[in-house]
Design a protein around this ligand. Structure first.
Ligand code: NAD
Ligand code: GLY
Length: 372
């Protein structure tokens, strides 16, 4: 791993031709004037946030943006995955139209992945596209969801099913915002940090294991390294495959099982990162059954996920027909092709592949992971 323990501000670039943008990572970035220099000019900026994050940071962001935009409005959505819906999206459109916002209006997503995904989708749709800036305030959003341009809302039949690829013009990861994050949310973010190890960078996985206590204790320098390396990996992958025609799918390690857990339990019962953490253990177990990983490697990953404060025992989604329910839910995963469920499998050498697996084997894995 090339990053060193330093808390000086860093910039990671994501190379996407004319859609390239910088990811700024550092402390106290919201209040620094240079953070907001050089953004698209407009009459209005609109900060989209929620009723948890807004009271903590919206006024500061509003003050920071005031020198750049004659009007700075704030739209406050209800907090929670359960509100990642058409109704919430419409609240954003209602506010934009109500304020007479034109097609140059710049949106600022201030919050976690839920706010980021919804604001990005609103930006993609409003007047056929307005610029937006990601200001992620959860670890999960700083290391994953704010980067790469996936935007979406949920449908009752499937997670993130309605959305668009639409890149932000800048990502601002102010590490200080993580100080107010609840413990459980920090752990959820660690799931997406851990994810990058088995699929791309085993040295990073070792570094995470060695620094897990410091990460959980919110050591600023160690968090800065984790955010930077995660963003570097994500930028490298997305830079090669923006629209997930191949490589990008590896970023969904743990997500096939994880999305089924989220949908099966009802959105919000388990946090996205918790479902991904448990989903990675399930995907690793499937990798083992297919001869790609050793039992020891699965046990190491499981121990790391548990040590991050994440669940490793899969929930029973249906007492009478549990495996069938998992399979049913996984068939509506976006990676599924013609009803065949696709899994991201890892080989213990920092590489991943996307492939199908026989239902009987997946059924065994579900049973083993629900009982473990
Ligand atoms: P979240 O947005 O629900 O935020 C978690 C909780 O923390 C919320 O209650 C939020 O209000 C609160 N919060 C946020 N920042 C805070 C802060 N600084 N201090 C105190 N509280 C704070 O959840 P998340 O884990 O950030 O994101 C999960 C979402 O991201 C899911 O919907 C998932 O599908 C999506 N996601 C998208 C991508 C992508 O590529 N677009 C990738 C991964 C996940
Ligand atoms: N979080 C998976 C992706 O961005 O592709």
């Amino acid at each position: 791993m090339s990053t060193t323990s330093s808390i000086s501000a860093a910039t990671v670039s994501i190379a996407l031709g004319e859609r390239s943008y910088p990811i700024l990572i550092g402390q106290n970035l919201i209040d620094q004037p240079q953070t907001w220099a050089g953004l698209p000019k407009a009459t209005a900026a609109v900060i989209v946030t929620n009723d948890t994050v807004g009271p903590l940071y919206a006024a500061r962001l509003q003050t920071a943006l005031a020198p750049h935009y004659p009007q700075v409005h704030v739209v406050t959505l209800p907090d929670g995955e359960a509100y990642k819906t058409w109704e919430s999206l419409n609240l954003i459109f209602d506010a934009l139209l109500g304020h007479g916002c034109d097609r140059k209006t710049v949106l600022f997503a201030l919050g976690g992945g839920v706010v980021g995904d919804m604001t990005g989708f609103a930006a993609a749709c409003y007047m056929r596209g307005v610029p937006f800036v990601q200001v992620p305030t959860t670890l999960l959003a700083q290391v994953d969801s704010s980067v790469g341009g996936k935007t979406a809302i949920n449908h009752p039949l499937g997670k993130n099913m309605i959305g668009a690829f639409y890149q932000p013009v800048r990502v601002v990861c102010d590490l200080d915002t993580l100080n107010t994050l609840p413990e459980r949310e920090l752990s959820a973010g660690l799931a997406e940090v851990i994810k990058y190890g088995p699929i791309y960078d085993l040295a990073f996985l070792d570094w995470i294991a060695a620094n897990l206590s410091a990460l959980r204790a919110r050591d600023a320098a160690v968090l800065a390294c984790a955010v930077q390396r995660s963003c570097e990996i994500k930028a490298e992958v997305v830079g090669q495959d923006e629209r997930e025609s191949g490589l990008r799918a590896i970023l969904n390690f743990g997500h096939t099982f994880g999305h089924a857990i989220e949908a099966g339990l009802g959105y919000g019962a388990w946090l996205h990162g918790e479902a991904v953490g448990c989903g990675m253990v399930m995907a690793a177990t499937l990798s083992q059954r297919l001869g790609l990983l050793s039992a020891e490697q699965v046990a190491q990953l499981k121990a790391l996920v548990a040590a991050a404060g994440l669940p490793v025992r899969a929930p029973v989604l249906d007492a009478a027909r549990n495996a069938e329910r998992y399979l049913e839910l996984m068939r509506v995963d976006k990676k599924a092709e013609a009803g065949e469920i696709k899994f991201v499998l890892v080989n213990g050498q920092g590489q991943a592949q996307v492939c199908g697996a026989p239902d009987a084997l997946v059924t065994e894995v579900i049973a083993a992971c629900c009982a473990a």
